[in-house]
Design a binder for this molecule. Structure first.
Ligand SMILES: NC(=O)C1=CN([C@@H]2O[C@H](COP(=O)(O)OP(=O)(O)OC[C@H]3O[C@@H](n4cnc5c(N)ncnc54)[C@H](OP(=O)(O)O)[C@@H]3O)[C@@H](O)[C@H]2O)C=CC1
Ligand SMILES: CCCCCC(=O)/C=C/[C@@H]1[C@@H](C/C=C\CCCC(=O)O)[C@@H](O)C[C@H]1O
Length: 348
């Protein structure tokens, strides 16, 4: 028998509540490592904490593709691990694998057909990148910009990105620059993050939304108006951005994290003024869900991998150690404690 540590959902924060680490509980169980045909024993290396998980903490997630986590059951999300024993012909011992539905536990017996292989070369030897820049958040940035952004090199466009110092935002801004936007302006929650955007990631400017008036900072940093808005946060920040958008502009509706602790549907309703601004200026605002573009994942991952290996995309990560800290890491990410992708390292 194996000693396994796992994280279960102890309580729900309530639809209008802020999540706290105490909503989770770590427990130890004994698990048989015995495998049926097709199964593998995996040891968890890294686990991901992501904003959509806040919706899975509610008994009704508000999104048809997200199932609620069940009380007192092991929670799941993105994970990367190594095969330690195998009864699956396609997955030999030592293979690195990933899944969107990885249990938050140190070891697991999994059906091999539900796992995707990770080529360590693709992630430049950094296996955690498979949960970030060369994984779902990187694809979200890449496909969001390419499918909904209408970037045209040489057209002197300005793109604004909210949640700019996070997993999706930090990559989206770098792709906007690579694809030819003239100005790339990031909005995030600290001066330190703003500085990182400019000095490390090549953004034109950073705006700290916690410090001063966003509207006047946007007017200063976007003197020719805003053509494209990669929206990760929603709420008043997005109202301020959209009010300065040029006619014919495009909002990439990626996420609305500022509204996830509220009992509102996804996407949350817009203010009348913002709705009116979109209509008046013929601005598109199409919902973007990365899972709707699975046929483009392979090509997208190849492109992201190439950019990362060439140093054209710089990867930022915040790594916390230990399965005991999953709840802390999740709550920290939800309140801006991360720079780049927040992951938790479970084992070496
Ligand atoms: N459409 C899709 O398919 C996908 C959408 N998403 C969405 O993209 C967004 C970013 O996700 P991800 O990159 O993983 O997460 P991040 O790495 O960006 O982490 C979340 C960040 O959100 C910021 N934040 C938290 N609360 C607020 C608030 N009230 N107002 C403004 N900013 C806030 C914090 O940064 P700060 O310090 O700047 O406040 C925090 O670091 C989320 O909305 C998520 O739901 C993610 C993946 C796929
Ligand atoms: C309801 C708010 C979500 C806002 C957008 C967002 O963050 C979307 C994220 C998804 C996320 C979904 C993950 C797994 C789906 C399976 C989970 C389950 O219920 O079993 C991501 O991995 C892809 C994004 O589109």
């Amino acid at each position: 028998m194996l000693n396994v540590k796992r994280v279960v959902l102890r309580s729900r924060p309530g639809k209008n509540g802020h999540p706290v680490p105490e909503n989770f509980r770590v427990e130890e169980i004994r698990k048989s490592p015995e495998l049926k045909e097709g199964q593998v024993l995996v040891r968890t290396l890294y686990l991901s904490v992501d904003p959509y998980m806040r919706c899975r903490m509610n008994d009704d997630t508000g999104a048809d593709y997200l199932l609620p986590w069940r009380l007192d059951e092991c929670v799941d999300g993105g994970g990367v691990g190594i095969v330690e024993a195998s009864k699956n012909q396609a997955l030999s011992v030592g293979t690195i694998v990933t899944s969107f539905n990885w249990h938050w536990q140190t070891y697991d017996v999994m059906d091999g057909s539900l796992l995707q292989k990770v080529d360590p070369e693709m992630v430049d030897g950094h296996l955690s990148y498979a949960l970030g820049a060369v994984g779902m958040p990187g694809l979200t940035a890449f496909l969001g910009v390419r499918e909904k952004g209408h970037v045209t090199a040489g057209a002197h466009q300005t793109m604004v990105i909210s949640g700019a110092a996070g997993a999706c935002g930090s990559v989206a801004g770098q792709i906007a620059r690579l694809d030819g936007c003239e100005r790339v302006v990031g909005i995030c929650g600290s001066d330190q993050k703003c500085q990182t955007l400019v000095t490390e990631l090549g953004f034109t400017a950073g705006i700290n939304y916690r410090n001063g008036d966003i509207s006047s900072a946007l007017r200063e940093q976007c003197p020719r108006g805003i053509d494209i808005y990669f929206d990760n946060v929603g709420g008043p920040i997005s109202d301020a951005v959209i009010s300065q958008m040029n006619p014919g502009g495009h909002v990439i509706l990626c996420g609305q994290i500022s509204q996830y602790n509220k009992d509102v549907p996804y996407p949350p309703p817009l203010s009348e003024d913002t709705q009116e601004a979109l209509l008046r200026n013929n601005i598109t605002r199409e919902r973007f869900i990365v899972l709707n573009y699975m046929e483009k994942f392979e090509e997208g991952l190849m492109q992201l991998s190439h950019w990362v290996k060439m140093g054209q995309i710089k990867v930022l990560e915040t790594v916390v150690n230990g399965i005991e800290n999953m709840g802390e890491a999740f709550c920290s990410m939800m309140t801006g404690g991360n720079v780049g992708k927040q992951v938790v390292k479970i084992s070496d």
